[in-house]
Design a protein around this ligand. Structure first.
Ligand code: NAD
Length: 483
């Protein structure tokens, strides 16, 4: 079977990489290789940096409103191609079409927010900071930025960064996930029609070496990264060593607390979607469910029934709830955690290990799994599994539930399910996670709010999207004048 070899987009043109090293891209529902991704050579990566570097002076001088007009065009093109992008996400990632559509919608929303750049980038001015002396703050772009994407949201994550970076007058190089690079290629086919001057936006494919080349290049001024904690930390360190701005979003282990006063029916529905939506491959996915007091009796069986009822299948069919995980090796990784949980003595009350789909015997499927009798220090309660596995913990009271949640080395998202304002307030006050839900399963900030966690889930200080993105992509220059 012939497969596509992905291309790079450099200086406004599609170019074939000369790389001899390549990676394989699979359709995880079929278990078939569908594309090959080149590990772009350092020389070619530097050509992308040069293109972005050369495009910067003129783009920087393009008035913000004109830059915004290109983004309005991009927004319309993304709408026209909405279904095709969503299908590409499903084909290479496995999540169902409904989930893919949701992610593309979230990406487009960042473009919409970025079109507000003439207002968002405005500075400050104060007369008479001393007699006859005035002071102003001007936000200015910085130069070439890069963003490195993970596999799990291959269209949405690049769109967290690209629109805001270029709206502010910077130029940009996207590095797609080597597991799921097709969605970014599709995005760039659309971006190509939006009217950006050549070199303003570029795409390179590759893995570690490509990322290292980008970070080490002195012409690259800032790095956004989204992926696992180990790599996020390494990228943060390396980028800092090279004197760059950096925001590195890492992995997660998200705790969902169910209070005895919660609306159980609604909570079960919402938590099931949180844990198993996108096959658990979401950085905001619920992972550890902490049931407080007699919430255990009310919640456990309903939750297991809901998890059991999820229909496994190809994400392209309308009746699929739970698609495959991304690769065969990721399936093995998740299976390894299930084995570990059993070995540690947890009770696997719903076993998804033999989850399969008759029409797709080679697909990377796993059914929903639930562990009961989990202890807070077990690997399945502390490490990121990133698959359709939920672990149930019992807490005697709210304080103990918060102890479990705040002991985690991760702090991306967390939610409480309650009908009490008091518990909700206390939860917000004491949580370490930065993206919090109250009766919400996936606490994903909208494009006009900051996205990112803390502790081992985030390295940096300015988060993605919202006004913090404007800060990340601009330098605030202070001018003090006396005439
Ligand atoms: P990953 O860390 O394996 O890869 C992420 C990116 O880094 C890819 O583009 C990859 O090619 C590149 N890369 C891999 N190894 C590298 C290295 N040694 N040096 C430099 N670059 C390297 O992550 P993944 O498996 O693609 O994505 C899943 C992870 O991403 C999960 O841990 C998930 O929680 C996390 N994630 C976090 C967020 C968030 O907002 N915090 C969002 C989405 C995903």
């Amino acid at each position: 079977m012939s497969v596509d070899r992905l291309r790079n987009y450099i200086g406004g043109r599609w170019v074939d990489s000369k790389a001899t090293e390549t990676g394989d891209v699979f359709n995880p529902a079929l278990g078939e290789k569908i594309a090959e991704v080149p590990y772009t050579t350092p020389e070619e990566t530097r050509a992308a940096v040069q293109a972005a570097h050369e495009a910067y002076p003129a783009w920087r001088r393009t008035p913000p409103l004109e830059r915004a007009r290109v983004l309005f065009k991009l927004k319309n093109l993304l709408e026209e191609n909405f279904e095709e992008i969503a299908r590409t996400v499903t084909i290479e990632n496995g999540k169902n079409l409904h989930e893919s559509r949701g992610s593309v919608r979230r990406g487009i929303e960042v473009v919409e927010v970025a079109t507000g750049v003439p207002s968002l980038m405005q500075g400050l001015y104060l007369e008479d900071i001393a007699r006859g002396i005035d002071s102003e703050v001007v936000s200015q772009p910085i130069g070439v930025f890069t963003a490195i994407a993970p596999f799990n949201f291959p269209a949405m994550v690049p769109l967290w960064f690209l629109p805001m970076a270029v709206a502010c007058g910077n130029t940009f190089i996207a590095k797609a996930s080597d597991k799921n690079p097709m969605s970014q290629q599709k995005l760039f086919e659309i971006i190509d029609q939006a009217g950006f001057p050549p070199g303003v936006v570029n795409l390179v494919n590759g893995a570690k070496d490509t990322v290292d080349t980008l970070i080490e290049d002195p012409r690259v001024k800032g790095v956004s990264f989204v992926g696992s904690t180990a790599v996020a930390h390494a990228v943060y360190k390396k980028a800092a060593e090279h004197g760059k701005r950096v925001q590195a979003l890492g992995g997660a282990k998200n705790f969902l607390i169910v209070m005895p006063d919660a609306d159980m029916e609604a909570s079960v529905r919402i938590i099931t979607e949180s844990c198993y939506g996108c096959a658990g491959e979401r950085c905001l996915a619920g992972s550890v469910i902490v049931m407080v007091g007699d919430a255990y009796e009310k919640f456990r069986d309903l939750f297991v029934d809901a998890a059991k009822s999820l229909r496994l299948g190809n994400g392209l069919s309308d009746d699929t709830d739970l698609g495959p995980v991304v690769t065969a090796s990721h399936r093995e990784h998740v299976l390894g955690f299930i084995e570990k949980g059993i070995a540690e003595g947890a009770d696997l009350i719903l076993d998804g290990r033999d989850g399969h789909v008759e029409e797709h015997p080679n697909g990377f499927f796993l059914g929903a799994s639930v562990f009961d009798d989990v202890k807070p220090d077990m690997a399945i309660a502390t490490e990121e599994i990133f698959g359709p596995v939920a672990t149930l913990l019992r807490a005697r009271d709210f304080d103990q539930a918060m102890e479990f949640a705040t002991a985690s080395r991760y702090a991306n998202a967390s939610s409480i399910f309650t009908t009490s304002g008091k518990w909700a307030r206390e939860f917000r006050y004491r949580s370490h996670a930065s993206m919090l839900g109250v009766n919400i399963g996936v606490a994903a900030p909208m494009a006009f709010f900051p996205f990112g966690g803390s502790k081992g889930s985030f390295f940096g200080d300015r988060k993605a999207t919202g006004k913090q993105a404007i800060d990340f992509y601009t330098d605030q220059k202070v001018v003090i004048s006396r005439w």
